[in-house]
Design a protein around this ligand. Structure first.
Ligand code: SIN
Ligand code: CO
Length: 380
């Protein structure tokens, strides 16, 4: 169990300042060995990279995977790191670990990256734009980091990696297995393996304003024909005919602001779809395979490893968002409670499926989730 007072942590540290959590996961043991991690890095579709220091005549080099066994045989003795992103998608047992961080909303969790480095290995001093919990999983790593954020520190020119030109750490600590270092966005850090070591990075995401606006624009598209049009009953004549005036720009700005402010449902769906969007493509209508009640009852089901299932509560309804889609349910305590149970579990047992199917509105949702591959039958 994660030894952390979540209220205290959020009040004092979350998005505010780094926090060193000694022995936060007592007796923690990595679920994967360095060899198994290297094996995973050879699998198709796995996002991974090797970072090498002082190799190929450059201070830092990055090679992208998936790799082949011989790529590892050619590596130097030290001063490299292997990093594998989205490990939870390939090793579902890692969801148990992510579970410990669920005091932060599901949609904020990005992925669990695992790195391996022999003594001396690191990815160089750098700054991340996202919150991260760095969990020491094997061996020891020295972390140097800054207490104050400096997101715009200059990086070394001409490298594929954003390595800081001038890193001046304010803290210097050694992490042992089970220790966690939390870093908010923008804090420079540098972690060097003191021996063969593995670090788990539980990373969070924070979409930016442009992404939110893009999603809003996409959601608004079907209503384009009905949307307010530019009007200028007070047309100014005292201007050059080629000029675009500030007043005209202000009219566009006001028109767009009115659209943003007067469309709460559009915002709700834009954000719900954005946050639940995933790499899982929903099949085209003509490719949708029918899903029968008997299919849902026949086995346990598991969420597609890339799917997120989230919900929003409105005055009369619950909007369920999955893979960038929305499904509306009536707002009733029994439905909400059962939906929450589904969202809490990664694997949906036959018992949980049976209970859910008994509620008609949820039965339809389950059929839709299955048709769209947001959930998959668990075959033995
Ligand atoms: C690592 O695991 O070596 C790097 C993680 C990080 O600095 O974000
Ligand atoms: Co980092």
């Amino acid at each position: 169990m994660l030894d952390l007072n979540s209220n205290e942590f959020v009040q004092q540290y979350w998005q505010k300042r780094p926090c060193l959590l000694r022995n936060a996961l007592p007796n923690f043991e990595s679920v994967v060995s360095p060899e198994e991690l290297a094996g995973l890095a050879c699998e198709e579709d796995v996002h991974c990279r090797l970072v090498l220091e002082d190799s190929d005549d450059k201070p830092w080099t990055v090679r992208y995977g998936p790799f082949e066994e011989r790529d590892f045989l050619d590596l130097p003795e030290s001063n490299y790191s292997l990093l594998v992103s989205e490990c939870e998608k390939w090793m579902p047992e890692l969801y148990e670990l992510l579970e410990q961080f669920r005091f932060i909303p599901d949609w904020r969790i990005d992925d669990l990256m695992i790195s391996y480095a022999p003594a001396g290995g690191s990815v160089g001093p750098h700054i991340d734009q996202y919150d991260v919990f760095l969990l020491q999983a094997l061996g020891t790593r020295r972390w140097q980091y800054c207490e104050t954020p400096s997101p715009d520190d200059p990086v070394i020119d001409g490298l594929e990696l954003a390595i800081l030109q001038d890193f001046k750490p304010e803290q210097d600590v050694v992490l042992n297995p089970g220790d966690i270092l939390y870093l908010p966005p923008g804090h420079a850090h540098h972690g060097v393996a003191l021996e063969r070591c593995m670090t788990y990075s539980i990373g969070f995401r924070a979409p930016n304003a442009v992404t939110a606006l893009e999603s809003f624009a996409l959601e608004s598209e079907p209503f384009e024909a009905k949307s307010e049009r530019y009007c200028d009953a007070d047309l100014e004549l005292d201007r050059h005919h080629a000029e675009i005036t500030d007043k005209e720009i202000a009219r566009f700005h006001d028109m767009a602001t009115r659209l943003l402010e007067q469309s709460p449902e559009l915002w709700r769906d834009a954000i719900g779809k954005l946050l639940s969007d995933s790499a899982v493509a929903s099949p085209d209508d003509n490719e949708l395979q029918p899903v029968y009640l008997s299919d849902l009852q026949a086995s346990s089901w598991i969420r597609h490893p890339e799917s997120r299932i989230l919900y929003h509560r409105s005055a009369q309804s619950i909007e369920v968002y999955y893979n960038g889609n929305m499904h509306e349910l009536p707002l009733q305590p029994e439905i909400l409670e059962q939906l929450q149970k589904l969202c809490e579990n990664h694997e949906w047992s036959t018992e949980l499926m049976r209970e859910s199917i008994e509620i008609e509105a949820l039965r339809n949702l389950l059929i839709e989730l299955a048709k769209n591959h947001a959930i998959l039958p668990l075959t033995d």
